[in-house]
Design a binder for this molecule. Sequence first.
Ligand code: HEC
Ligand code: HEC
Ligand code: HEC
Length: 365
Amino acid sequence: MSRAITLALLAVVAAGLVVVSGIISIKASSGHWPLTAWFLDFTKRRSVATHAIGIRVPPLDGTSLILKGAAHYETGCRPCHGSPGTSPPRIPARMTAHPPDLRQQVPRWDPAELFYIVKHGIKFTGMPAWPSAQRDDEVWAVVAFLRALPELDADAYARLVFGGTGQRESIDARPASGETSAVLRLVGDSCQRCHGKDGQGRENAAFPRLAGQRAEYLRLALQAYADGSRHSGTMTPIASGLDTGLVRSVADYYAGLPPPVGSTGGAAVLRGAEIATRGIPAQQVPPCSECHGPSTHDRNPAYPNLTGQFAEYLSLQLRLFAGDRRGGSPYGHIMRKIASGLTAEQIEDVAAHYASLPAGGPSDR
Ligand code: HEC
Ligand code: HEC
Ligand code: HEC
């Protein structure tokens, strides 16, 4: 027995000496030995399979979910994993482990496993965790997109990510000068592929409309994303790259575009109108219109317009507020209690009501 202990101690000391001597190579340039690569891959598969047990998979076929995931992929994943129709990124290819082409890898994981990988990342490999711990819904959007990825060719990918014909359309900034041209370049290179050239969002409700929104609210929203007090793995990395001057001018730019016109709606709209104008006293929900309009009195410029916004976006934000997962500007806490006072149906109704209203009335400015 004592002999076994001595041997074990010797083995530990020997292993320690090997490490201290520095002969173990940590260089990425040579890759892993086949045995190491197999062992690490096996460990990863087992770990992911075990930790994904019990993760409930929501419906993943919505086109707006796939679009949202695709748009984020272009910002947050393509620089390492590449995309259909572009050659594999050269610098990440020299990482060990290197980011694989996901078209080949996705089929070996089920949705719960993909969710686990994208939410938590993979230790010691450079595969990052999702930038915002509160937003599982965004991670699911990426999973929805990943499932579609193996079938996508270059054109289909570009149409998802850039909209329309799939061409990356730059806004011509030549006639403008200084600050204006910086904003036009930013909008052309980044914002417009999700929020639309005219600020009206894309063909479905994946991204909020920004056109005609109040400048002060847009500015505070961008600041809140940047400092992490509003949670979004998609918007936080984008907003944190902007300096204060650019935040102000891009907020002014979108606030100055023609506002949305509103949509049609049925019975839900009428029920929602009741909530917006009278509130629900029995549930301590105040009338939304006091802060969000339409109303005849002046409103705090930091309080957003909701008129003409996509219903799907409004109801998502209300559910996030209610679950304390949205965060927001320094005024964001106001909504937490209000949203938790609403039932799931009331959230849909009031969202449908605001989506149906044309924006840009006197109380919206
Ligand atoms: C900084 C580079 C980097 C970024 C950004 C990145 N990844 Fe990765 N990813 C990696 C690396 C490296 C691996 C390989 C890990 C390994 O071999 O175990 C990986 C592995 C994966 C895997 C597992 C593949 C497999 O079969 O083992 C998935 C799925 C994945 N990434 C999805 C994504 C998604 C989705 C995004 C964007 C939200 C993303 N990655 C962003 C570097 C990156
Ligand atoms: C990859 C797609 C994408 C890009 C690019 C993008 N956004 Fe967003 N944006 C989103 C999504 C998704 C949301 C909703 C996030 C949430 O749920 O909080 C959002 C939300 C916003 C909001 C909050 C709207 C509201 O009503 O509260 C503002 C403001 C905004 N984005 C501005 C910008 C600006 C400015 C740019 C360019 C610098 C930009 N976005 C680029 C996807 C994008
Ligand atoms: C006392 C004022 C107040 C009342 C009443 C109020 N809100 Fe809000 N609401 C706010 C503020 C302030 C924000 C912006 C939070 C932020 O900046 O992050 C907001 C944000 C929102 C948003 C997110 C908008 C976006 O573009 O992301 C929705 C949706 C919303 N409110 C719906 C409602 C509904 C529905 C009601 C009525 C049931 C309501 N609010 C009542 C103050 C109010």
